[in-house]
Design a protein around this ligand. Structure first.
Ligand code: NAD
Length: 442
């Protein structure tokens, strides 16, 4: 078998590479020439654990190739996966420009029967728009080539993308064609040998499943952040509450960790797009509107704690900031809460020295020279009046109090991910502020 993947971002690159692992020939196509040149040399544009080795191995075995030429790449393909970006448009709805351009490209270049699969996260009815675009492009060529469309949303998590793709909880296939379903079942069979299901359904339900999944996850986070803030106000400890409710099998322990707000390339934009769809169909999604509002406010919790602690001294304060990416194990800075935290602190007059294990290059594209970037976590602490932890990278989890005592001017820590123990911080003489737990001060 052979497939073509259009778009070599997180989703296209990971999907294409993992599918190549199973013995299917894959060509990944992108309009970004520089990206493709780099990929051909084995240079990966993103940080994703394990991906670089897997790309190199499959390129060497001639199972995986990269190209800017869709026409050549698509020859002999059984399916083409559209995995291009769907950023929010001005009104919050998903901008389908890239998806429809890709669909048009497919229609212009395909030679034989193909399944045209949307893997990008797209609003309900997009597959129909894709079908129309491909058909129009074929008609313009005077070509009568059969094809089917399918929706196959992707659920991988950045930072654990390879494992998620190789061992998915489920595969969703939305199509109205038995032939297309058969092709996709063949492609995905190696990934469900663990017994997890391939769930076939109609196209709108598949498109909706992706949004509903992300909306549910974002809701869990905002719910927990809401509860965390109340815990703090009433004198409860959200960590205990989390364990207390997470042990209920109807609720479960996952995705109920409070923090400094969700970010990333998916939740914020998908929540926005779903709200927009709800409004469009006169079915307002009140819950999602609240989820979004709670999240926006949550990103300002840490700056507010900083302001409250330092008071009038705030303009002279120099703070270390650990962790910039929206979550650990990725350099993705899209919608990262750290950006809001930094902007707010700068506005208050704070000087910031930041460190992240992999995301500093990406972060610099957003912040410019408004903050200082440091070589390691300790350099950021030199002469600092406090430490803020935004992303829970493993290397931040255990504090070396002897080193901290030598480097920091003042003993105060603001923890946006609840990774430290208040009692321990108190023992070492620190003021410690976290999310949904009582602050401690020596
Ligand atoms: P991305 O922005 O990282 O990459 C998109 C790529 O598509 C870019 O390299 C761009 O140059 C390329 N492209 C645009 N138009 C093209 C065209 N006409 N032909 C060829 N290439 C083209 O995007 P991403 O993060 O991989 O996300 C892609 C889609 O998958 C989005 O809809 C996203 O919501 C969804 N998704 C993302 C994740 C994630 O973790 N990032 C997870 C699940 C689903």
């Amino acid at each position: 078998m052979k497939i073509t993947v259009v778009g070599t971002g997180y989703v296209g690159l990971v999907s294409g590479t993992c599918i190549a692992e199973t013995g299917i020939n894959v060509v990944c196509v992108d309009v970004d020439r520089e990206k493709i040149e780099k990929l051909k040399k084995g240079i990966i544009p993103i940080y994703e654990p394990g991906l670089e080795d897997m790309v190199k191995t499959n390129v060497e075995k001639h199972m995986l190739d990269f190209s800017t030429n869709l026409e050549k790449s698509i020859v002999d393909s059984d399916a083409v996966f559209i995995a291009v970006g769907t950023p929010p448009g001005e009104d919050g709805s998903a901008d389908l420009k890239y998806v429809l351009e890709a669909a048009e490209g497919v229609g212009k270049t395909m030679q034989d029967y193909l399944v045209v699969v949307t893997k990008s996260t797209v609003p309900i009815k997009t597959a129909e728009k894709v079908r129309k675009k491909v058909k129009e492009a074929l008609e313009q060529r005077g070509a009568d080539i059969p094809f089917d469309v399918a929706s196959n949303p992707e659920f991988l998590k950045e930072g654990a993308a390879i494992n998620d793709f190789l061992k998915p909880d489920r595969i969703i296939i939305g199509t109205d064609s038995e032939r297309a379903e058969k092709v996709l079942r063949r492609i995905y069979k190696p990934f469900v040998l663990n017994g997890h299901p391939i769930i076939a359904m109609d196209i709108p339900s598949a498109e909706m499943t992706k949004y509903a999944a992300n909306a549910m996850l974002a809701t869990k986070i905002s719910f927990m952040n809401n509860i965390a803030n109340l815990c703090e106000a009433v004198g409860a400890d959200v960590n205990m509450v989390r364990k207390g409710i997470g042990s209920d099998s109807r609720i479960g322990p996952k995705f109920i960790y409070p923090g400094a707000g969700y970010g990333g390339s998916c939740f914020p934009k998908d929540v926005k797009a779903l709200i927009r769809t709800g409004d469009e169909y006169h079915t307002p999604l009140d819950i999602m509107k609240a989820v979004e509002a709670v999240n926006e406010r949550q990103k300002t919790v840490i700056p507010r704690k900083v302001q409250a602690h330092f008071g009038d001294r705030i303009r002279e304060v120099k703070l270390a900031l650990w962790g910039l990416s929206f979550k650990p194990q990725t350099d993705d800075m899209r919608e990262a809460p750290s950006l809001v935290i930094i902007a707010e602190l700068l506005r208050q007059g704070v000087t910031i020295k930041a460190y992240d294990p992999v995301a500093m290059e990406e972060a610099r594209k957003h912040t410019g020279d408004t903050i200082e970037y440091c070589q390691d976590k300790y350099e950021a602490l030199v002469d600092s009046d406090g430490l803020i932890v935004v992303t829970e990278w493993p290397e931040f989890r255990v504090l070396n109090y002897k080193v901290l005592a030598k480097l920091m001017r003042e003993k105060v820590i603001f923890d946006g991910r609840n990774i430290y123990e208040p009692a321990e911080l108190l023992e070492y003489g620190y003021s410690y502020y976290s999310i949904g737990r009582q602050p401690v001060r020596p």
